[in-house]
Design a protein. Structure first.
Length: 209
């Protein structure tokens, strides 16, 4: 085979590679345009969470640097989308005090949230003799002496989005609900048991996906 033939075949191969690359780039461009178009049409929004109330059954340090707590929290979630459904595959709720987790995780059963639907959950969130940092134990004693405490209730897990018959992959989901609880004044809440008080919160939560 002459050197001229080799050069001819080399040019053909180079031209073929360029065509393949060009076709691939055009395909990526079309996919990107379709994704942007679908996004613009659907205008997806994150679910909106509200912490409605917190019932306090126990919240004390019976042993130094060990905290026992028992809450029932009512959280509502609304899907603001009219064309997108939400699958909550996993959602764990727990309490945090001064950036330290003070309760075990309570799992909410998997559920599907349709267009514009509202779901309400009332899980019990508790921890028995959970070790806390010494400075948090001191801060808690101070807060209880002042009669008010700030607790963050968090929920995290995984969700999927449904558009028509299409269901997306799983996405990490994070919710933060801040609760300011006036423990020093039981009249600020509703007595629901011998040692339990329900406090109306109605606080919007932050949501990140």
């Amino acid at each position: 085979m002459s050197s001229k033939d080799c050069g001819h075949h080399g040019k053909k191969r180079e031209k073929l590679i360029r065509r393949i690359c060009a076709g691939f780039l055009i395909f990526l461009f079309i996919v990107l345009v379709l994704v942007l178009l679908i996004w613009a049409i659907l205008q997806p929004s994150k679910p909106r969470f509200i912490l409605q109330d917190v019932t306090v059954y126990a919240f004390n340090t019976t042993v130094p640097n060990f905290l026992t707590s028992n809450f029932q929290v009512t959280i509502s979630s609304r899907n603001p989308n009219d064309k997108i459904g939400v699958y909550y595959d996993r959602l764990d709720v727990y309490g945090v005090y001064h950036n330290q987790q003070i309760t075990y995780r309570t799992r909410i059963p998997p559920t599907y949230q349709g267009h514009k639907d509202v779901n309400v959950w009332s899980p019990f969130v508790y921890g028995n003799l959970v070790p806390v940092a010494p400075f948090n134990s001191m801060a808690l004693s101070q807060d209880q002496a002042n009669g008010a405490v700030m607790i963050m209730f968090k929920a995290d897990g995984r969700v999927r989005w449904k558009v028509g018959t299409f269901i997306s992959g799983r996405y990490h989901f994070y919710v933060k609900c801040l609760a300011f609880i006036n423990l020093g004044n039981k009249n600020s809440g509703i007595i629901v048991g011998e040692n339990a008080v329900k406090y109306q919160i109605v606080q919007r939560c932050s949501v990140n996906v």
